[in-house]
Design a protein around this ligand. Structure first.
Ligand SMILES: NC(=O)c1ccc[n+]([C@@H]2O[C@H](COP(=O)([O-])OP(=O)(O)OC[C@H]3O[C@@H](n4cnc5c(N)ncnc54)[C@H](O)[C@@H]3O)[C@@H](O)[C@H]2O)c1
Length: 378
């Protein structure tokens, strides 16, 4: 996507209101309806959004009765490529507008703002009704075939993102792809063990031609054990290799892609990062590490226009809870600290995730958002 900003000068004697009326009635529709213009923004207000693939129409008629010269204002024209932009400005359509005094190319100052595939932060993406729009974003989700991952894949795809789903488990990943294909949702899938640093780097290489713009570090595991247990070392290493090192490995491997896109990262922490209970310290401390990676990278990557946030879910109904999920006494004990008195469905994380990845959260970074039914408030 390429954005060109035009600065126009108002004719002496013309009022602002006349300018706006004039622009809206004459230039706006003309430019917005040009086949090559994806989006047209005037003074920060989206006037029109079009996605068209036909060729320029040289016979596009000018409106009758136009008699004014140029006016002042700031206009953004969005194109899918430099070629498309040049095509518009060289088209008979533009020449006709120029000849008729509607578009003074010679007096327009233009800046090509960015030719990289940047995340679309135009006001169109913060459209009417504050709808979350992830169109144009290519989001890599790890642990995508698990309970929360599947909900995120589905929800972020519904918000317009193109999804690259990665998971350790090839079977559940294929099942997810097939299930979504049946619902006409097309996702790209890759088997990935986030604890395997070389595999993360290799996947980044595989995706280099179609780079990601956002990353959701969701893969995580848990296992209850006590410090005294025989397998304490093994448990510690395994949990940290996925939950903490895994987040680092994937982020590091995809950093350049995310920086190039001025994109964002969303990590999956947990209420366990702050709440202590026995037999779970590897998990708790690994999630505390995720929280602190989030905060540290938010500071480190802000100069690159990359935002980094995290979710801290409470009790979510997924296979993650293992045998605990069916232990009513255990569930009851855990729910006693949840003001809302229930567990969440994985879908209840989608809104927060989509928001944090979207342009609506353009000034949000370093935040860890609790999705916990009030647990952290107690
Ligand atoms: N479910 C909860 O109550 C809860 C609460 C707080 C935080 N979380 C966090 O949310 C995230 C997702 O949890 P979930 O509930 O969906 O769990 P889940 O067990 O349903 O899914 C986890 C997914 O991660 C994948 N995975 C495991 N190891 C991997 C690896 N090395 N590389 C890549 N993928 C791997 C699994 O195959 C699985 O598909 C985890 O980070 C978890 O810690 C969950």
């Amino acid at each position: 996507m390429l954005k060109r900003i035009a600065l126009l000068t108002r004719k002496p004697g013309m009022t602002k209101q006349q300018f706006f009326d004039h622009w809206n009635n004459v230039h706006g529709p003309l430019i917005a309806e040009h086949p090559n213009v994806l989006r047209y923004v005037q003074n920060n207000v989206v006037k029109k959004e079009r996605f068209v693939d036909r060729n320029p129409d040289p016979d596009n008629p000018l409106p009758a009765g136009y008699d004014g010269p140029e006016v002042d204002g700031v206009v953004e024209l969005w194109f899918e490529s430099r070629e498309k932009m040049d095509e518009l400005f060289a088209s008979p359509h533009a020449k006709k507008m120029q000849a008729d005094g509607l578009l003074h190319l010679g007096t327009i100052t233009t800046f090509v703002v960015d030719e990289r595939p940047v995340v679309d932060r135009s006001p169109a993406n913060q459209s009417a009704g504050l709808a979350i729009n992830l169109k144009g974003q290519r989001v890599l989700i790890t642990g995508a075939a698990g309970g929360i991952g599947r909900a995120l894949v589905r929800g972020l795809a519904a918000a317009g993102a193109s999804i690259v789903a990665a998971d350790f488990n090839p079977g559940t990943l294929t099942a997810l792809k097939d299930e979504l294909a049946g619902q006409r949702i097309d996702i790209e899938t890759h088997v990935l063990d986030v604890s395997d640093r070389a595999a993360c780097v290799a996947l980044a290489g595989t995706l280099a031609d179609a780079p990601i713009t956002a990353l959701v570090n969701n893969a995580g595991i848990t296992a209850p054990y006590a410090l005294n247990d025989d397998d304490a070392y093994a448990n510690w290493d395994k949990i940290w290799s996925v939950n903490a090192a895994g987040v680092f490995n994937v982020t590091k491997a995809f950093l350049e892609q995310i920086k190039a896109a001025r994109g964002s990262i969303l990590n999956m922490s947990s209420v366990a990062a702050r709440a202590a209970r026995g037999r779970n310290t590897a998990y708790q401390s690994s999630k505390a590490a995720v929280t602190q990676m989030t905060r540290g990278w938010a500071v480190e990557l802000a100069p690159f226009h990359v935002r980094v946030n995290a979710l801290a879910p409470g009790m979510i109904e997924t296979p993650f809870m293992g045998p605990d999920a069916h232990d009513e006494a255990r569930i009851g004990q855990m729910l006693s600290r949840v003001p809302m008195g229930r567990r969440a469905k994985p879908d209840e994380l989608v809104g927060a995730a989509a928001f944090l990845l979207s342009p609506l959260a353009s000034y949000v970074t370093g935040t860890v958002m609790g999705i916990d039914g009030g647990f952290d408030a107690t």
